[in-house]
Design a protein around this ligand. Structure first.
Ligand code: NAG
Ligand code: NAG
Ligand code: NAG
Ligand code: NAG
Length: 415
């Protein structure tokens, strides 16, 4: 039998171990959420999925950028580049402000998360050089020889001893190649992904949308957008059958194409980024075919200017592609519009009732009753027909499929 002394110290050791694991079992996203100056940094850690990787390491020092520094770095940079930069700011070592200023011999190298993803690299590509300067200043730079040390420690933010240290630096560390986006995936692999996309959309209950994409040829447009990021809003089959959907059979081929292109964004926009969005977002259909977003509780609501639609599910989130289902067909104002308004578009408001109202974007402006003299097709007619009678949904659906089939035939004749 083990002496009680040994037994209790074993128990003590075990409980220490348990504490250590509990600490690292914690969630970096949650920890950083308390520090609003780093909300953008935190959001990018999630968007790039680095947060998940970070959570797997027992010891981490995060060199964090505050919201201003993050914004000026991230502007116009693809997520793939941001991911590389942020992995280089994730040191797989523990440095609190004190030991940063007491580095033996005044300089050291720390391995980062970037090392693990670098592939072919110049020597020390994934390492950061930490150097103590005169007057207690601490400088960081890429450890690749010839790099500048021009990122500086600015302040301490949070430490969980020997597990997570979170300090602020004033600028990102740029190692060779960090700013270069990785080459696009070979076409074969990306088309595999895309062919699964229509399958996934179909399985998620959006058969009409999936087959419309394929038949109209718009799937090709989606495919070629994938390399720069793609966000898809797939309306459910019920959404196409809803009474509020205008008579889509009256659309010309070009208009159907625009309508389908309107259901995707030419970039990767995960839910979190849609939630915080305050701007008009242009779609694959073009700059003027834009939409806005608002939140209602936990929900994200899309506003086209004609009607609103809720994000329902995330069908696929595989950077750079994300697919959501939505509960209404997105109707662009350019095709189904309200009259052009001289005043700027109203700010999306946050109201729980809004998602339900088809004219929520413009409570003071009812949808256009005037005829669209500039419209090349019978849209205005279809609109008033729709307003007057609730066309039965199955016939609408059939009609849409017929239109698309016609398009498919004419497309195949052309080619
Ligand atoms: C981490 O926390 C965030 C925000 O609290 C949450 O959305 C996310 O699901 C959590 N992740 C894990 C792995 O628990
Ligand atoms: C860090 O960079 C400085 C300046 O280039 C250099 O003098 C120093 O030797 C480097 N530190 C290490 C550990 O390589
Ligand atoms: C960093 O990269 C080098 C060279 O690619 C490799 O030998 C080393 O094991 C890597 N270190 C870590 C911690 O991944
Ligand atoms: C995509 O489809 C291919 C072939 O059907 C399959 O091998 C692959 O596992 C699928 N990929 C995903 C992510 O579902």
């Amino acid at each position: 039998m083990a002496p009680p002394q040994t037994f209790s110290s074993l128990a003590f050791a075990l409980s220490l171990l348990a504490i250590t694991y509990t600490v690292r079992g914690s969630n970096i996203t949650k920890i950083l959420a308390k520090y609003s100056d780093y909300s953008s940094f935190n959001s990018y850690l999630s968007q790039t999925k680095l947060a998940e990787e970070i959570n797997r390491y027992p010891t981490i020092t995060l060199l964090a950028l505050n919201n201003d520094a993050m914004a000026s770095f991230a502007v116009k940079r693809p997520l793939s580049v941001i991911k590389k930069a942020l992995s280089l700011l994730t040191l797989l070592d523990y440095y609190d402000p004190q030991n940063l200023q007491q580095i033996s011999e005044g300089t050291t190298l720390s391995v980062t998360l970037y090392n693990n993803t670098a592939g072919d690299s110049p020597e020390y590509l994934g390492f950061v050089n930490i150097t103590d300067l005169y007057g207690g200043k601490v400088a960081f730079g890429s450890a690749v020889s010839g790099s500048k040390l021009d990122s500086y420690f600015t302040k301490s933010v949070k430490q969980i001893p020997y597990s997570i240290s979170f300090v602020e630096i004033d600028a990102p560390i740029i190692a060779p190649g960090v700013l270069v986006p990785p080459p696009p995936a070979p076409p074969s692999s990306s088309s595999v992904v895309v062919s699964n996309i229509t399958g996934l959309i179909e399985k998620a209950g959006c058969k009409t949308f999936a087959s419309s994409l394929a038949e109209s040829g718009v799937l090709k447009t989606y495919e070629s957008a994938v390399k720069n990021g793609l966000t898809v809003f797939a309306p459910s089959d019920e959404a196409f059958e809803a009474k509020s959907v205008p008579d889509l059979t009256k659309l010309t081929r070009g208009e159907v194409v625009k309508l389908l292109e309107y259901h995707a964004l030419p970039r990767y926009k995960p839910r979190g980024s849609l939630r915080t969005n305050k701007h008009k977002i242009s779609t694959l259909a073009g700059k003027e075919f834009d939409l806005t977003t608002s939140t209602s509780g936990d929900e994200v609501v899309l506003h086209t200017g004609v009607a609103s639609s809720r994000l329902v599910d995330t069908v696929l989130d595989a950077t750079p592609v994300i697919i959501f289902t939505v509960d209404n067909v997105l109707l662009p104002t350019e095709l189904f519009g309200k009259p052009p308004s001289p005043s700027p578009a109203p700010e999306p408001t946050i109201s729980p009732a809004e998602g339900a109202s088809p004219t929520a974007d413009s409570p003071s402006e009812p949808p256009a009753e005037k005829s669209h003299s500039d419209s090349p097709t019978g849209l205005a007619k279809s609109k008033s027909a729709n307003a007057a009678v609730a066309v039965s949904s199955p016939s609408l659906f059939t009609a849409l499929v017929v239109t698309l089939a016609t398009i498919a035939v004419s497309v195949s004749r052309c080619s």
